[in-house]
Design a protein. Structure first.
Length: 94
């Protein structure tokens, strides 16, 4: 049998802390979503631009973006293709 060694009071405090953490994460997420929307971007488009912006050399693979953001390969490819056509990014060799 598994059980928590803590008393019910301690468990209630721990769960309250998790609830508070979840609330704060939700608030941060809402702020980020609003900021992305103000930029006129969708989440996936933001993910691609952000991934490139934070890389020291400004380059990464589409696979890295897919893995980091849990995006489908086709989604990332289409966004990258769109950005290449706009002249915002270039495709290089990896």
């Amino acid at each position: 049998m598994l059980q928590f060694p803590a008393t019910k009071q301690k468990m209630a405090k721990i769960m309250s802390n998790f609830d508070t953490l979840g609330k704060h994460i939700g608030e941060i997420d809402s702020v980020i979503d609003a900021w992305i929307a103000r930029l006129g971007l969708g989440y996936n488009h933001f993910a691609v631009l952000y991934s490139l912006a934070v890389m020291p050399d400004g380059a990464c693979t589409q696979k890295q973006i897919c893995d980091d953001w849990y995006l489908a390969k086709q989604t990332v490819f289409n966004i990258c293709k769109e950005y290449r056509e706009r002249g915002w990014i270039e495709f290089g060799t990896s």
